[in-house]
Write a protein that binds this ligand. Structure first.
Ligand SMILES: Nc1ncnc2c1ncn2[C@@H]1O[C@H](COP(=O)(O)OP(=O)(O)OP(=O)(O)O)[C@@H](O)[C@H]1O
Ligand SMILES: [Mg+2]
Length: 401
């Protein structure tokens, strides 16, 4: 299965939020010069600028391509110079994979200025632009029709997608499902200070998850959307705001069960340095997932699994969620079983955090699997003394019944 050759067909469409990241080199800005940064009337001399694409569509799409899975990247930019740069970066990284992109003369390309001086937490200046007007009708369904899997990311950063009760999001997923394509969805954290934080997220999930085969949010997003009270209590009591540290495994398990009862067929919850959790529905449900349904349903059905992180030197988590998702879905598309796909997800996520950006840490699929096979050390997922049992052969935990 490791030598599968996917030739040049479109296997995946990676769609959703996309922007241009504008990253000035501030490495020389230390001490006195750093203190003067952003002071009115001052000029700070800085280094050259790095331009890269950001957002779920390009991050996930480019990682898929690097892992050998042909993925078309689908997002909306303005018909402007930043939009042209987004196209160019995609074409340079993954030639021929930007044909799902739309340039809208009415919109402006979304960008993020990342102010990243040494030793200080990063400051992001984000302009949502074309992402806010992305609607169900912006999806190019003729391109999606050629794919086995449609992955969509970050509705909370795309205003039309969460307006009302998320009607546009539901409509888009419904239309994709009608083509027989398997659907996958990732979230982003809805800023509680902004209108997106007040959107009826539970209702939106109730409406959309019946059309989502594979739901892949983070723990923080899931708690915020389904258990706001618990989210507040945990966040307030968490030392240093580290929600992951104070989350009991039973709560993760409950959330996984609830996501399946809301209609997802597989629920993967990303848990940062505690790894990734996966819960799957019964075999007959998984068999109805569409064109990316597991090749051997018996290797996926009725699972409750937890993969710890692989040990790496952390350089930065930009795009770690997207990379992990591409790793997981690549495993599914290449015919791995549930345990192996989850382990591959953790491996691709670990490679991501070894580099500061979203893409440069990612290694080809075969090299990633070889790194696991060579005995890659794992870090504790905090499941000691719990009802989870570690299985050395698959390198993941299974829930004891
Ligand atoms: N310190 C780490 N060491 C190794 N792997 C890590 C580490 N942090 C994260 N990962 C891997 O990356 C995956 C995704 O990270 P995370 O759970 O933060 O996703 P996310 O919340 O969607 O992140 P984001 O949206 O910020 O990219 C984790 O499930 C884990 O496998
Ligand atoms: Mg994320």
């Amino acid at each position: 299965m490791d030598t599968v050759n996917f030739a040049d067909d479109t296997l995946v469409v990676a769609a959703g939020h996309i922007c241009l990241d504008v990253i000035p080199d501030l490495t020389e800005l230390t001490g006195e010069r750093l203190a003067r940064l952003l002071q009115p009337g001052r000029l700070s001399v800085v280094g050259p600028v790095q331009l890269s694409t950001g957002g779920a569509a390009s991050n996930t799409g480019l990682v898929f391509n690097r892992l050998g899975i042909p993925a078309q990247i689908m997002g909306k930019v303005g018909d402007d110079l930043f939009g042209a740069v987004v196209h160019r970066i995609i074409e340079k990284q993954a030639p021929g994979r930007s044909s799902g992109m739309i340039s809208d003369p009415q919109a402006h390309t979304s960008y993020t200025v990342i102010i990243n001086p040494p030793g200080v937490d990063r400051i992001f200046l984000h302009f949502p632009g074309a992402n806010d007007t992305f609607r169900a009708e912006d999806v190019q369904y003729d391109v999606v029709q050629r794919a086995r899997l449609f992955h969509f990311g970050y509705p909370p950063l795309m205003e039309q997608m969460y307006q009302g009760e998320g009607e546009e999001l539901v409509e888009m997923m419904r239309r994709v499902k009608a083509l027989g394509v398997t659907t996958s969805l990732d979230m982003a954290f809805p800023d509680p200070q902004m209108p997106v934080g007040q959107a009826p997220w539970r209702v939106i999930l109730e409406q959309v998850l019946p059309w989502v085969d594979i739901f892949l949010p983070s723990l923080e997003e899931t708690l915020f959307m389904l258990r706001k009270e618990t989210y507040r209590e945990l966040a307030e009591g968490a030392p240093g705001g580290d929600l992951l540290a104070v989350t009991p495994p039973e709560l993760v398990s409950e959330l996984g069960g609830e996501l399946l009862s809301l209609g997802a067929k597989m629920a993967g919850i990303k848990l940062g340095y505690r790894g990734m959790y996966l819960r799957t529905a019964a075999g007959e449900v998984l068999a109805g997932m569409g064109r990316a349904a597991p090749a051997r349903v018996g290797e996926w059905e009725s699972r409750e699994l937890w993969a710890p992180c692989f040990k790496v030197q952390v350089a930065g988590a930009t795009g770690s969620g997207d990379a992990t998702i591409a790793g997981f879905l690549s495993g599914l598309l290449r015919g791995l079983g549930g345990e192996q796909a989850l382990r591959a997800a953790a491996a691709v996520g670990a490679c991501n955090v070894e580099a500061p950006d979203a893409l440069s840490g990612i290694q080809p699929w075969q090299a990633t699997l070889e790194r696991i096979a060579a005995g890659w050390e794992q870090i504790s997922a905090g499941l000691e003394n719990s009802s989870w049992i570690y299985h050395p052969a698959s390198m993941v935990y299974q829930k004891r019944d």
